[in-house]
Design a protein. Structure first.
Length: 437
C-alpha cells in the first residue's frame, strides 16, 4: 500500500471484533440495487496531496458517468484516517459503495464480513480472475477464500539514489547489499546531509521494512497456523538491523525518528538525503520538483547475492485494492465501476498518473510501462517480492509492531542503546497486544 500513511491506531482490535457481527445489511449474496444512479467512492490518497488526487480522478469518474449514467461521489481519504473510517463503517453499516483499501488489510477486513466476496460470478462480471497478475492476487484476502477485493494499483519498493551526490562522493554504482549501503551511506553523511531517509514514526513503513529484513533472515512474524511470533531470533535480528541504520551505522538523521508523512521523500527531492527506500516514488518526486535525470533507481539491497525468492526477498507486494461494501445500494453499479477502473484504458491512465504498475496483465504489458524505472519495479514484483501475512490479525500486527519499531527509533534518536534485549522486550510487548488464539 502507499506508505505515506501512518497505520491507524486506537480501538482497532475492538472494531474488528464488533464488525464481524455488525457489518450491516444486505442479502446473503450482498447488496441491492435500490439506488441505481449513484455511487459513493472512498479513494486513498495516492498523489502528493488530496487535491492532486481529485485532479487525477475526477475526469475519469466523469467518463464513467457519461458511459453509464451513474454519478460517483468522490471522497479522497488521508491514509492516517482511512483504516479507522473503514472500521467505523463496518460496525455501523454506513459506508461507501466502493473503496480503496491497502492490500495488506485485505484479510483483516475480509474477516469482518463487511466486504463483497469476489467469487467466480463477481469476477466474471469484471472480465475474470485471469486478467490479474498472480503477485497482486496474492494480497487480496486469506488463502483458500474468495478475494475480498481486486487489485487496482501495484507497487514495489526500490532504492532511489541521488546521482550527483554519488558522483561527488566517488561512488560508482548503487549498493546491492546492506553492507555496501552502509558503507556508501557513511561517505554521504556529511555537511548536514545524510545517506538515507526514513519515516520512523510511520507504522506501516516500519512494518514493510522489517518484514523484508525478517524475510532476508529467514524469519516470519507469524507461524504457519497464523499465530503471532514476534520474538523469534530472526525477527529480533531484522528489527535491530533496521533501527541500527540510525542507532549504530548513523546514516539516518535522528530527526527522521519523528517523520511519518512523506518528509523523507521531500528531503530526498531537496538533496538532504542521498538515498531513499520507497514505493513507486517517481510521480511523487516529480511533483516536488525533482527531475528524473537527477536520480537513479535500483533494487532494494539484500544481505548478499542478488534479489530473488526466500532470503533474497527485497520488497513486500505493495499496492491498492478496490473493494465493495457488501451492503451497497447499487450492487450492479459497483461492479460496473470496478470493471471500469480495472479496464485496460483506465489502468494505463491511473497507473501512469501515480507511477505505479498495472496489476492487469494486458495493461502492464503496454509500452508506457516499459521504462527503465518501471523495469526495476516490475522485476521486483515478479521475482523478489512477498505478500505480507494474509491473516485476520494483520491490521493489529501493523499497529503493534509498527509502534514498537517507532519507539525503538525514538530511543535511537535520543542516544539510548539499541540491544537485542531491548528489541526483544518491545516486540514481546507488541505480541501481548495481539488477540489471543
Amino acid at each position: 500500500m502507499r506508505s505515506i500513511r501512518t497505520a491507524a491506531v486506537g480501538a482497532v482490535t475492538l472494531s474488528l471484533a464488533l464488525a464481524a457481527s455488525a457489518c450491516g445489511g444486505g442479502s446473503s449474496t450482498g447488496g441491492s440495487d435500490d439506488s441505481p444512479k449513484t455511487l459513493t467512492y472512498w479513494a486513498s490518497n495516492q498523489g502528493a496531496s488530496i487535491e492532486v488526487d481529485k485532479k487525477v480522478l475526477r475526469p475519469e469518474l466523469d467518463k464513467f458517468e457519461k458511459q453509464t449514467g451513474i454519478k460517483v461521489k468522490l471522497e479522497v481519504v488521508p491514509w492516517s484516517d482511512l483504516l479507522n473510517r473503514i472500521l467505523t463503517a463496518t460496525t455501523s453499516g454506513q459506508g461507501p459503495d466502493v473503496l480503496n483499501i491497502g492490500n495488506t488489510w485485505s484479510a483483516s477486513l475480509q474477516a469482518t464480513g463487511a466486504l463483497l466476496p469476489w467469487d467466480a460470478k463477481n469476477l466474471a462480471a469484471i472480465g475474470g480472475r485471469d486478467r490479474f497478475v498472480d503477485s497482486a492476487l496474492g494480497s487480496t484476502g486469506a488463502q483458500g477464500k474468495d478475494p475480498a477485493a481486486v487489485p487496482l494499483y501495484s507497487m514495489a519498493y526500490a532504492l532511489y539514489y541521488n546521482k550527483k551526490a554519488f558522483a561527488d562522493a566517488g561512488i560508482a554504482k548503487p549498493p546491492a547489499t546492506w553492507d555496501e549501503l552502509i558503507a556508501d551511506g557513511k561517505k554521504l553523511s556529511k555537511d548536514g546531509k545524510w545517506g538515507l531517509g526514513a519515516e520512523g514514526s510511520n507504522l506501516s513503513e516500519n512494518i514493510h521494512h522489517t518484514f523484508v529484513f525478517a524475510k532476508q533472515h529467514g524469519a516470519d512474524f507469524f507461524t504457519a497456523d497464523g499465530k503471532a511470533d514476534f520474538t523469534n531470533d530472526g525477527v529480533v535480528t531484522a528489527v535491530k538491523q533496521y533501527v541500527d541504520l540510525m542507532a549504530k551505522d548513523k546514516i539516518i538523521a535522528p530527526g527522521n525518528a519523528e517523520y511519518a508523512q512523506n518528509q523523507s521523500v521531500s528531503d530526498f527531492a531537496k538533496g538532504k538525503n542521498a538515498m531513499l527506500l520507497w514505493q513507486s516514488a517517481s510521480a511523487n518526486l516529480t511533483s516536488q520538483g525533482m527531475s528524473e535525470a537527477d536520480y537513479g533507481i535500483a533494487p532494494v539491497p539484500v544481505q548478499s547475492g542478488t534479489p530473488g525468492t526466500g532470503a533474497n526477498v527485497n520488497s513486500m507486494v505493495a499496492g491498492i485494492n478496490l473493494a465493495v461494501f457488501k451492503n451497497t445500494h447499487n450492487l450492479d453499479g459497483a461492479r460496473k465501476f470496478v470493471k471500469f477502473m480495472t479496464g485496460d484504458a483506465e489502468q494505463k491512465i491511473l497507473n501512469t498518473a501515480y507511477s505505479s504498475i498495472p496489476p492487469v496483465k494486458t495493461a502492464q504489458s503496454d509500452s508506457a510501462f516499459n521504462t527503465p524505472a518501471n523495469a526495476v519495479l516490475k522485476n521486483t514484483l515478479a521475482g523478489s517480492a512477498a505478500a505480507l501475512p494474509q491473516v485476520a490479525d494483520e491490521s493489529q500486527f501493523e499497529t503493534a509492531v509498527g509502534t514498537a519499531v517507532k519507539d525503538l527509533f525514538a530511543d535511537a534518536a535520543a542516544g539510548r542503546a539499541i540491544t537485542e534485549e531491548s528489541v526483544k522486550a518491545k516486540l514481546a510487548k507488541a505480541q501481548q497486544q495481539m488477540p489471543a488464539k
